[in-house]
Design a protein around this ligand. Sequence first.
Ligand code: 26Y
Length: 789
Amino acid sequence: MEKQSIKEYMEMYCKMTYGKTVKHATTAEVWSALSTAIMSQIVDRWYVTNKAYKSQKMAFYISAEYLMGRALGNNLINLQEYDQVKDLLKELNINLNEVEEMEEDAALGNGGLGRLAACFMDSSATMHLPVQGYGLRYRNGLFKQCFKNGEQVEEADEWLKYGDPWSIRKEADMVYINFSDMKVKAIPYDVPIIGFGGATINTLRLWQAEPLCEFDFNLYNNQQYDKALEQKNRTEDITRVLYPNDSTEQGKLLRLRQQYFLVSASVQDMVRDFKRRHGNVFDDFAKWHAVQLNDTHPVLAIPEFIRILVDEEGESFEKALGTARKVFAYTNHTILQEALEKWDAYLMQKLFPRIYQIIEQIDAALVQELREKGYSDDRINMYHIIKEGKVHMAHMAIYVGFAINGVAKLHTEILKNTELHHWYELYPYKFQNKTNGITPRRWLVLANQELSSLITEKLGSNEWMMDLSLLKQLTKFVEDDEVLERLQSIKYTKKCQLAECIKAREGIEIDPNSLFDVQVKRLHEYKRQLLNAMYILDLYFRLKENPNLDIPKVTFIFGAKAFPGYYRAKSVIKLILAIGDLINRTPEVKDKIQVVFVTNYSVSYAERIIPAADLSKQISTAGKEASGTGNMKLMLNGAPTFGTYDGANVEIVAESGEENNFIFGLRVEDINNLRNNYNPKEYYDKSPDLKRVLDAFIDGTLDPANTGCFRDLYEALLVGKNWERPDQYYLLADFKAFKAMQDKVFECYKDRRKWAQMSLMNIANSGAFSSDRTIMQYASEIWGISPIS
Ligand code: 26Y
C-alpha cells in the first residue's frame, strides 16, 4: 500500500467532501476519508476476485442478520496494514485509535446467529472460498441500550450517521420485488470482505428497499403532502429496522414482507447471473450454486426459487422442485419453541398468494413421498408443512433442503434424537454437524494485539493467524515462567484498558487487580443471568455476615441487551442493577465485590471486554444453548470456562481439559430425568441460603420503595405463571453446584501461576474453534466448493 497515495487521497477527499484540509477535519471526517482511501486501494483486487469466482461453483449465504461491528480496524488488520497506517496518521498528528473509536458498529444482527454470519464472511474470504453473503441493509440496526432509573431503555441506532464508506451502491443491479399490494425496488449495496493477507476480497450484498417513485406529484400538487409520501414511507419501512416488533398483526406483516424482500431479491440476483453465464437451462443450476439458509428466516427462498423457474422460465413444478432439492441447505440455530418460525397461512396468502400456492404444492409433494413410503396419515401429520393454518418454515427447509446442520455436536445430537427425530428417521443422510467457530483475526489479532505479539514471538511466525491449530504448540510453555508471567502481565494490561474504557463510558471505576468474572451475551432466561445474580446476592449476604470471608476481590461484569418486548428479561437487568446498587451502599461488602452492568453491549464493546476477562461464564440450562460463540472468544483470550455441559462448552472442555475449566450442574440427561417431578419449592424450603436470596426479591432488600417489581421473577421461580411451570430453566436445582464451583474458582485464583497455566491451556487448545475450520467443513461437506488458486 502506498503511504503517499493514501495521504493524497485523504487530502483530496476532505477538500472535495468537506471543503477543508485533513488538518482541519473532524475525527469522523478523517474516519470517512481514511476508509474511502483504503477502499480505493482494494477495488481492483475486489474486481479480480469477483471475476475469478465466475468460473466455478459458488455458495451463497442468505441471512437476515450480519452483526459486523466496526470495519476500519478489522480491514487494516486483514490487509496487514494496521501498523503502517497508524504511523502514517501519526505523521499527520492523528491517533488511529481515536479514529477507530469514531466508527459506529454495523449492528445488523441481534446476537450469536448474526455474529456467526459475520465470522463466516471473514473466514470465507481468508480461505479463498467463493462465498457471497446476501442480507438486508437496515437503516437502523439493533437498538442502542441505555439505563434510566435502573431499567433498560431503547434508542434508535443510527449507524449511518457519518456515511457509509464501506459499501458501493450498485444501482445497475437493482431488482423489482412484487407484493400483492405493492411493487418496490431492491437496491444492492456491496460490502467488501477482505480476506487475511488482502489478496481475496469477497462480497456481502445488502439489499435496501426503495420506492418506484419518490412521491406522488399530483397528490403533492393538491397539498396532500403526507399522502404524497405514503408509498415511499411504506416501502422504506421494509428495510428500516432489524426485526421490528411483531407482537401485532401489522408488525408480523412487516417482518414477513422483510423476509420475502430479502429472498426474492437474492434469488432473482442469482438466477439473473446464472442466465447470463449459462443460458436458460436450469438443470445445471445446482452445479454452480449452493445456497445456505441461515435458520428459517430466509426459507421463503425455496418457494421463490420455484416460482421463478415455473412462472418466469416455464419449467414444470416437479422439475423446479427437483432442482431446489439440490440447491438449498439449512442451518438450525435453536431448539427453543418460540424461535421456531411458524407463519399464519392467511398472512402469506395476503402478501404473496402465489408463493403460498407453491408452498401448498411443496406440501403435497411431501405427502405423496410419504404415502409412497407407506406412512400412515397420523404419521404424515407430523411432517406437514402447512398445519392448522400455519406454515412451518423448518419443515419446508428440511424437506426441500439437501442438508441440515446443527451448530455443535450436542445440539446436533439433540436435533437428531429429540427435536427433529421424526425427520432424522426419514432423512438420516441429510443431518450433519458443523460446530461453530469465530474468526481469530477480529477476536485476537485485532482485539488483543498484545497477546497476538506474544504468540507470534513464541511460535516464530504469524502463520497461526491463518491456521489456528498451530496454537497447540503453545502447550510446551506450560512450565515456562517467563511466558506465564508475560501472559499475566498482558491480562493485567487488558484489564487496565477495560477499566479505563468503563470509566469513560459508564463513569464507573473498577479495580484491575480484582478477578474479572464476565457474563456477556443476549439476555434470555435460558442463559440464566439470573442464576449468576442469585449467586452474587448470596455472596453479598455471606460477606455481610462475615466481612473476613476468604475470597479474592471480584468484579462481576455483565453485558446484555434484552429484546424490547421481553418483559422478564428486562426485569433481570433491573434486578442485577439493583444488586449492584445494594452492594455499593454496603460498606462492609463494597470493597470485596462489585457488579458492573455495561450499557449497550456490542461487538466493539466485546472486543474490549473479552481480552480482559479472567473467567468466562457460560451457564445455560443444559440442552438449551445450541452452541454459543462468546465462549470460544473468551477461551481464545485465555479465560477458563465456568459453565454447564451445554452447546460448544462440551467441546471446549474436551479440547482444553476439565482440569482447566469449571464445569458444574445438571446435564441434559439429568434434566430429562428431573423434568416430570421437579419441584423448585423443595430447594427453597430446604436451603436457607437460597430462601434468603429469593426472599430478598420481594422483602424490600432490593426494592426499598416496595413497588413489587421483582415479584414476577420470584413467582416465576417458585410458583410458575400463566401455564408455565415454575423455574423452567432449573436455576434452583443448579444453585448449590454453582456455588460450590464458584468457591473453587476463588480457591484456584489464589495461585496465580496455576491460573496462568489454565489460561495458557485454554489459548493453546482453542484452535478447533476457528471459523476457518468451520467454513472449510461447510465448503467440502455441504456446498461442494473449493478455494480458488
Ligand atoms: C424468529 C426470531 C424470533 C428469531 C430471531 C433471532 C429467532 C432466532 C434468532 C437468533 C438465534 C440465535 O442467535 N441463535 C444463536 O445462534 C448462535 C450461532 O449458531 C449459537 O451459538 C447460539 O447458541 C444460538 O442461541
